[in-house]
Design a protein around this ligand. Structure first.
Ligand SMILES: O=C(O)CCC(=O)C(=O)O
Length: 253
């Protein structure tokens, strides 16, 4: 897999780029299976506690499932792959540490949209991370993504209020952090399963509701060019921190 000059240019100027067929058929099947296992596990766990809401998870509606690699180690062959390092090299440079990985699942429901935000907005304004250089998010479509099933929209840097971190605040009505309240609808990203959308953690994005009868699954992996701490530095490093690339050398963790 090579990243073209025009993809790199789009990333630099607009904050994102699209890599079709990032996953081959067997990788796609492996990641989908891992996702389906985690969905079952989170549903059982919430049911056993008798809760229907847990942070931004809503039983039967939407799930954000972190650190799936701990239960499904096969995911590490993708997270710590040479091609992941290649995308990092084309976007954040010569150093890359795992920041976070999670499945984002929207079951059939019209209440599954996700408001405008930057990923670093969640890190800083909800997670308590210290200010940091932008990191890279890999948003990988596990299903064909469309307006109907709640794909993402991005607000390219050239139309955004800023290429830097924006202040985010919690909005109870949408059960999410919000970093943009303007009227630009953004650009809808309709892509096939297996496609990677790689975007800066300072890129505003949102996603719509899933109005179809099938779950809509995405896999999200983020890598950071430098390890950063919490604002309260006594809490230590904010990211997962496993190394993918150091000094431009891919490390097979
Ligand atoms: O709907 C999605 O898959 C995107 C979720 C998202 O924007 C995020 O997890 O930051």
């Amino acid at each position: 897999m090579t990243i073209s000059e025009s993809q790199k240019l789009q990333f630099r100027t607009e904050g994102y780029m699209i890599v079709p067929d990032f996953l081959d058929a067997s990788e796609l099947a492996m990641v989908r299976n891992a996702c389906d296992e985690r969905i079952k596990a989170i549903e059982q766990e919430m049911q056993s506690r008798g809760v229907t809401r847990d942070r931004i998870n809503i039983l039967g509606k939407k799930y954000f499932i972190n650190n799936a690699r701990i239960h499904n180690p096969a995911l590490k062959s993708l997270i710590f792959s040479e091609k992941a390092a290649e995308v990092c090299r084309a976007t954040i440079g010569t150093e890359a540490f795992l920041h976070n990985e999670q499945f984002v699942v929207k079951m059939t429901d019209t209440d599954t949209s996700f408001a405008w935000h930057q990923d670093s907005g969640y890190s800083v304004y909800q997670g308590g991370a210290a200010p940091h250089k932008p990191y890279i998010t890999f948003w990988i479509a596990l299903d064909n993504m469309s307006l109907a099933n709640g794909t993402i929209s991005v607000l390219p840097f050239s139309r955004a209020p800023s290429r830097d971190l924006l202040e985010h605040s919690w909005e109870a009505g949408v059960n999410a952090m919000v970093g943009y309240r303007g009227d630009d609808p953004g650009d809808l990203v309709e892509v096939a399963a297996g496609t990677l959308v790689a975007f800066s953690s300072f890129l505003l994005h949102k996603s719509g509701a899933n109005t179809t009868s099938a779950p809509r699954r995405s896999y999200f992996i983020a890598y950071t060019p430098e390890l950063f701490t919490y604002q309260d530095s006594s809490k230590g490093i904010y990211s997962s921190g496993d190394i993918l690339m150091q000094n431009n050398q891919y490390i097979n963790s």
